[in-house]
Design a protein around this ligand. Structure first.
Ligand code: MLT
Ligand code: ZN
Length: 451
């Protein structure tokens, strides 16, 4: 149904069936995955080409209509759903994927391609993509670039920004930035792909990207180790760092594994339960199990399990990867995603629970994360969605310890109030100046990063 002139203009650009105005059709685009963030969209528009994205943005800018870009809607900080009355610009129809360029080990993909599809495409070419995360089936490449997604392999390959060799993106004006030649060396001024990675849809809308691929490593081994605490876990990280095949080192705790087991119907991995668990994965062209086992030989841990076959590895990974869904099944979580200097991590893991007990006794904290990156996900249950006391206590503690209030999820709308804790006024001012230069009418994702 055509409601107003913007709706009619957008229908003329993308076709009426790709402009959604009915409440039930808009609904899946209006609430985030955690159910904490929700807003009514003016409409949802689903362009199918970069040219259509450009025309849509030109029309929205002319109409003064704010736009929320959205990929697979797997974001965790409320940056991809409307706050109230915005146009949701869904990029999922931009799902073209070009053949892998084997000589360069690169591929050009549309913003709407899911991570799982990219992984399969690279695999078929004997290569792999360096970023992996649990929401691979839904998360899209455009959203992952816009949020500079991290995931489980950052220690080996870096985050999303490190994979982007070239980008195509549309400015609020409708102008198209087109840098897709795949030049590994291109030292000609500002690094625009690097700037757009992590800009959370506030500077431009990513439509395509040229991505770096890495060798496919088919031989894998996973170790699950029970330890006394984070300090013991970090001692294992130091040993594991010495092996070239190391791909992931994750951490989780008693309360998380109990929740996962209950939710997923899994048995505990060991006959006894322990305060802290480390999961490490190694991958290589030859079986990395001997190297992984050698690194752990003589190390201090309470119990261990090793797996090299696919089923065994998946069974161990399930204890880590099913945390997010298990927590979501318990309630609407407040998701805090922080990075700490490694020498403060033990103090933080102990202290954060104590601070939460003092500040909000009703809160229940479940921690897990990417320990080798100093990245802990602090999930707080038992609070009203608008109750910010836990967030405030945790993020202030992070700032005291010299950490970052967002390691990989971004600022979104969830953390804007606390951005100043770990970015200086000069830094925020420089970012705001870039925003003002590229999007002077504040059309793109207003309210995100800067509040
Ligand atoms: C993860 O590491 O699993 C993701 O960051 C998702 C989450 O934090 O829930
Ligand atoms: Zn994570």
């Amino acid at each position: 149904m055509i409601h107003d002139s913007l709706t009619a203009t957008l229908a003329g650009i993308v076709g009426a069936r790709h402009v959604l105005t009915d409440a039930d059709l808009k609904a899946p685009f209006e609430t985030d995955w955690t159910r904490r963030y929700h807003g009514t969209a003016r409409l949802v528009v689903r362009p199918g080409t970069t040219t259509e994205v450009a025309s849509v943005l030109r029309a929205c800018t002319a109409a003064g209509a704010p736009v929320v870009p959205q990929g697979g809607n797997t974001g965790l900080v409320g940056g991809g759903v409307p706050r109230g009355g915005e146009v949701v610009l869904s990029l999922v129809r931009l799902d073209g994927i070009e053949p892998v360029d084997s000589r360069a080990a690169q591929v050009t993909v549309g913003a709407g391609v899911t991570l799982a599809r990219l992984q399969e495409h690279a695999r078929e070419a004997g290569l792999a993509f360096g970023v992996d995360l649990a929401s691979r089936g839904s998360a899209t490449i455009g959203g992952m670039i816009s949020t500079n997604a991290g995931g489980i392999r950052v220690l080996r390959y870096g985050g999303m920004r490190a994979q982007v060799v070239g980008i195509e993106a549309v400015l609020a004006s409708g102008g198209v930035l087109h840098r897709l030649p795949g030049l590994t060396k291109d030292n000609t001024g500002y690094d625009l792909p690097g700037l757009l990675a992590g800009s959370e849809g506030t500077l431009a809308v990513v439509t395509r990207a040229r991505l770096r691929l890495v060798p496919r490593l088919d031989h894998r081994a996973v170790a699950l180790l029970a330890v006394a605490d984070v300090a013991a876990a970090l001692a294992l990280v130091a040993r594991l760092r010495t092996i070239a095949s190391l791909e992931a080192v994750e951490v989780f705790f008693r309360e998380g594994i109990e929740l996962v087991c209950r939710h997923a119907g899994l048995p505990l991995p060991f006959p006894a339960d322990y305060p802290c668990y480390v999961l490490a994965e190694a991958a290589g062209r030859v079986d990395p199990l001997p190297e992984l086992a050698a690194a752990l030989d003589g190390a201090t841990f309470e119990d261990s399990a090793l797996a090299a076959d696919r089923a065994g590895r998946d069974a161990l990974w399930a204890y880590r990867e099913r945390h997010t869904e298990a927590i979501n099944a318990e309630g609407v979580p407040h998701k805090l995603d922080v990075a700490l200097p490694l020498d403060t991590l033990q103090h933080f893991a102990e202290g954060v629970r104590a601070r939460l007990r003092e500040t909000v006794p009703a809160a229940r904290a479940i921690l897990f994360g990417h320990i080798a990156d100093g990245n802990l996900h602090v999930n707080v249950l038992g609070l009203e969605p608008t109750d910010d006391r836990a967030t405030d206590a945790v993020l202030r503690f992070v700032a005291e310890l010299g950490g970052s209030i967002s390691a990989e999820h971004g600022i979104g709308v969830a953390k804007t109030r606390w951005l100043h804790l770990t970015r200086t006024a000069e830094e925020v001012g420089a970012m705001a100046a870039i925003k003002a230069a590229l999007d002077p009418q504040q059309v793109l994702n207003p309210g995100v990063i800067f509040g």
